[in-house]
Design a protein around this ligand. Structure first.
Ligand code: C2E
Ligand code: CA
Ligand code: CA
Length: 405
């Protein structure tokens, strides 16, 4: 195992049990983590985060602690240090761990793990490796958040571009579609991810509308070009509820498809679960999208509240299971149960099921066995420029022939 990259990662371990804290810290040091700091409770951890010159990459957080417990600590973190990746760990009921992990995600934090005690060094190594990978993908420090003016300027200067992440059919083994993911090319040429601008854009109806339309127009036109080249890819586009409020969105997206010569059934709109049932405007637009034969997908399925209640009676065609239930589901009974139930339910409702965050061959094999339709994740490919998709598809054919997924 090459652990040199781990030296870029800093970690904070919070646990009131000294033995447990020291054990985990020792594992992290053995694995080559660059900086490992310990705290005995939530308040101390938050103070250390406040004082740190460079934000911690990972915060391993025990759930039951005197004073601020794990959940309270996570709530504070989400407000004060939203760029840290939280790894909840506990010896309590593993289902509680999954619930807390979901809560942290809903609060906007990145989550890895969770770790049920006792855990082995291999699991910790995986978490560290992923943090190191994120470090190498990103410039040091938290991603800069753009302001409204910068987003407007990027839109005007056509620096808002779509990246595409392949979706692979688990039965066909082929690239069946792509998801368009927004990026901004910064003034220095660096690529800025959506975490730095979607939430800001969503605060203003006009801004998020323009952003959504720009990505929809680009990605639909690009997909039309792929079709003329004989590549029948489907395209998935993310919709914010804020953008749907614009009444003529189905017609506008329909006009992009018309211009690109793309059948509506090749276009799927993804909406996160929590946003699905937010008011009559949304329901109106959803119905009209379906009437026009567009696909509708429930994004991040499983992370919202009362999932099933909300879904009943809504015209969705696809479920996109959140990566927290996909990644590592083969050895995490709770994640696996939720994954299995989601696949079974989608099948009974006649919906397609897509799993996101497929990072390991074991995740892939489990999804195949469960009868999931498509897999999307770093195992196959990271999001890439449209111009790289053709080469990827060629390389993928060789890779899948060799059985090397
Ligand atoms: P999402 O719709 O859930 O998109 C999937 C995110 O998961 C993408 O991050 C993708 O790069 C990442 N991902 C894919 N495979 C893996 C994997 O195997 N492991 C891990 N750890 N992550 C994986 P990205 O591109 O940073 O997008 C983040 C979110 O930003 C999206 O989440 C979506 O909610 C939002 N977003 C992106 N583009 C748009 C857009 O055009 N409009 C709107 N409204 N939201 C967008
Ligand atoms: Ca999505
Ligand atoms: Ca998603």
């Amino acid at each position: 195992m090459d652990i040199t990259a781990n030296s870029t990662v800093s970690a904070l371990v919070v646990d009131d049990s000294r033995a447990m804290r020291q054990l985990l810290a020792a594992m992290l040091r053995e694995l080559g983590a660059g900086k490992v700091v310990e705290a005995s409770d939530g308040a101390e951890a938050l103070a250390l985060c406040d004082q740190a010159l460079w934000p911690f990459d990972l915060l391993f957080c025990d759930l039951s602690m005197p004073g601020l417990d794990g959940v309270q600590t996570i709530r504070h973190l989400a407000i004060r240090h939203p760029h840290v990746t939280v790894v909840p760990f506990s010896g309590l009921d593993p289902r509680l761990l999954v619930t807390v992990a979901r809560l942290a995600q809903q609060l906007g934090l990145r989550v890895d793990g969770p770790l049920a005690k006792p855990f082995g060094i291999d699991t910790v190594a995986g978490i560290l490796q992923r943090a190191a990978q994120r470090r190498s993908d990103q410039p040091a420090g938290p991603p800069p958040s753009l302001d409204r003016r910068e987003i407007d300027r990027a839109l005007a200067e056509r620096r808002l571009i779509a990246y595409y992440q392949p979706k692979i059919g688990l039965r066909s083994g082929e690239v069946e579609g792509v998801e368009a993911l927004a990026r901004i090319v910064g003034d220095d040429g660096n690529i800025i991810g959506p975490d730095a601008f979607i939430a800001v854009a969503e605060q203003d109806a006009v801004c998020i509308e323009q952003l959504t339309l720009a990505i929809a127009e680009q990605s639909i036109s690009q997909t039309g070009i792929w079709h003329t080249l004989g590549l029948r890819l489907d395209i998935a586009i993310n919709l914010s509820a804020e953008a749907i409020r614009r009444g003529d969105l189905p017609e506008l997206i329909g006009s992009f498809a018309g211009k690109a010569g793309l059948a509506h059934e090749c276009v799927t709109l993804e909406l996160t679960e929590t946003r699905v049932a937010s008011g009559p405007g949304v329901l109106d637009a959803l119905s009209r999208f379906r009437l026009q034969n567009f696909g509708l997908s429930v994004d991040d399925f499983g992370t919202g509240e009362s999932s099933l209640k909300r879904l009943k009676g809504l015209p969705f065609t696809e479920l996109k299971v959140d990566r927290i239930f996909v990644h590592g589901a083969d050895h995490d009974p709770q994640a696996r149960a939720i994954l299995e139930a989601s696949v079974g339910m989608a099948q009974r409702l006649g919906m397609k099921v897509v799993a996101e965050g497929v990072e390991r061959a074991q995740d892939w094999q489990l999804l195949e066995a469960l009868g999931c339709d498509q897999a999307q994740g770093f195992l196959a490919a990271r999001p890439m420029r449209g111009t790289d998709i053709l080469a990827f598809i060629d390389a993928w054919k060789t890779r899948s022939l060799a059985g090397a997924r």
